[in-house]
Write a protein that binds this ligand. Structure first.
Ligand SMILES: C[S@@+](CC[C@H](N)C(=O)[O-])C[C@H]1O[C@@H](n2cnc3c(N)ncnc32)[C@H](O)[C@@H]1O
Length: 451
């Protein structure tokens, strides 16, 4: 058995001699991405133009495939780097640091590939394997931003690392970055180049950044356009096209189950009043899928109104909808609706009087009331998790009972007759905070026959 060495004068060695000084090969064609120095901040690779050395085993090329398979099987082949062919018909296979042992080398030479020779060495600046060279968008973004920063003579640091975006939403070619990124004033020094680089790293043409949805009555999204001419985007959801300006109108992806439920209702021949229509999140499913014969859509945000108009046209239902632009509390309609949608959170309460007014006096109808229920409260010994199981449903129920009474009193006031209100369904849409649930109550409201 011999250990192989590239030097012709090298003499055979015994396994115990395996710890001879490591030698290096320097890879001449440095990879273009030059991001070989792994700097494990947030688990991603960082570009650095510094030399790195990776341990490897060297053997004759005719044995390299068997070596590779065995190293892979025992889990020490370093898949981040390519094997290196050396002049003289040898191949260096990169291995994970501190994993090579004498017994493994003996196995390689005696069992895996008898007759082979084996030597431990270091590869300087190895070439990334194809798999490792394929980067996630987050890694690409990080590397590109790092290079840009360097080209401006600015210094990379942990603060900037932590200020990179961790999440984003894609709306076609427009990417909206989360609120918690690019807050450091240093980024300002990169000007528009930063946004061009971020957009191209994420494969986007336009870029925007999320702020907090504002409690300004129109639920302004507070999205700022960073790159691009405008914020108009399009979504297709359950066969319905929604277009809107993301910087002017909110888009609530969390309501998707409720939109689907509305779409599955059978509303043939019904007139619906959507008191908080926005861009048509519920108005459109009522018309396109549920078969409503007409929808009165109320909306006071002019940007949402212009999006709603477009959405009615592109979904070919504009002849079945009238938009009441302005404050729905001033609505002059009455006695028209079989169904009223009250989709405002944290509460649709300001819409109760108008909802009672628009319900058909003779037959009544159904109200779909959205509300954020505060479920706080727990018994001794209960954990936060238990709260969801017990108190949540009690809190929803308590709220629904109050609404039943409130609405029946309002209906009586509007109509002068007695009404019966009954909960048909009470479901959670999503949680807003640990103790706050967005729920929808379907309330059946019927006038009682006068005695
Ligand atoms: C939360 S969005 C609802 C959109 C849709 N219903 C949903 O849940 O996705 C509420 C919409 O109601 C509108 N709005 C709020 N108060 C209003 C009022 N008094 N009159 C008319 N529109 C109102 C806002 O401009 C906003 O577009």
């Amino acid at each position: 058995m011999t250990f192989w060495d590239s030097s012709p004068s090298c003499s055979p060695v015994r396994p115990s001699d395996i710890f001879f000084p490591l030698w290096f090969i320097n890879t001449p064609d440095r990879p273009k991405c030059s991001d070989l120095k792994t700097c494990h901040l947030l688990g991603m690779e960082l570009s650095e133009d510094r030399n790195i050395d990776v341990p490897a085993v060297l053997t004759e090329s005719c044995f390299s495939q068997r070596y590779r398979e065995h190293l892979e099987k025992v889990g020490i082949l370093d898949g981040r780097y390519r094997a290196q062919k050396l002049p003289g018909g040898t191949v260096a296979l990169p291995v994970l640091e501190n994993k090579l042992s004498v017994s493994l080398v003996v196995d390689l030479m005696e069992i895996v590939a008898p007759g082979s020779s084996c030597r431990e060495m270091l590869i300087r600046n190895p070439v990334l394997s194809k798999r490792a060279a394929v980067k996630s968008p987050a890694q690409t973004l990080r590397n590109n931003v790092y290079k840009l920063l360097e080209s401006h003579g600015l210094t990379w640091g942990r603060d900037l690392e932590c200020d990179l975006p961790r999440s984003w939403q894609r709306h076609g070619d427009l990417v909206v970055l989360s609120e918690d990124c690019f807050r450091d004033p240093v980024w300002g020094q990169l000007g528009n180049e930063l946004w061009v680089s971020v957009a191209s790293s994420l494969g986007a043409g336009r870029l925007a950044k999320q702020g907090r949805v504002m409690d300004d009555g129109v639920r302004s999204p507070n999205v700022t356009l960073l790159l691009g001419e405008n914020g108009w985007v399009e979504h297709v959801d359950n066969g319905i096209r929604y277009t809107f300006d993301i910087t002017k109108c909110m888009f609530s992806a969390g309501n998707i189950t409720e939109k689907q439920r509305v779409a599955s209702l059978s509303c043939h021949g019904e007139v619906v009043v959507d008191l908080y229509s926005g861009i048509g999140y519920f108005t459109l499913p009522y018309l396109v899928h549920a078969g409503a014969s007409f929808v009165h859509a109320c909306e006071w945000n002019p940007h949402a109104v212009s999006a709603l108009k477009k959405n009615l046209v592109i979904n070919r239902v504009s002849d079945k909808c009238h938009i009441h632009e302005g404050d729905n509390r001033q609505l002059t309609l009455s006695d028209v609706a079989d169904r009223v949608n009250l989709g405002l959170i944290p509460t649709s309460e300001p819409g109760y009087p108008v909802a009672c007014r628009v319900l058909k006096k003779d037959t009544g109808g159904v109200l779909h009331i959205h509300h954020n229920v505060d479920c706080y409260g727990k018994s001794q010994g209960e954990t936060d998790k238990d709260v969801s199981q017990t108190w949540r449903k009690i809190a929803w129920r308590n709220w629904a009972e109050l609404v039943e009474k409130e609405i029946s009193a309002m209906l009586e006031q509007v109509d002068g007759k007695k009404w019966q209100t009954r909960t048909l369904r009470l479901e959670k849409i999503k949680s807003y905070a640990p103790h706050v649930d967005h729920v929808v109550l379907d309330l059946d409201c019927r006038p009682l026959p006068s005695i």
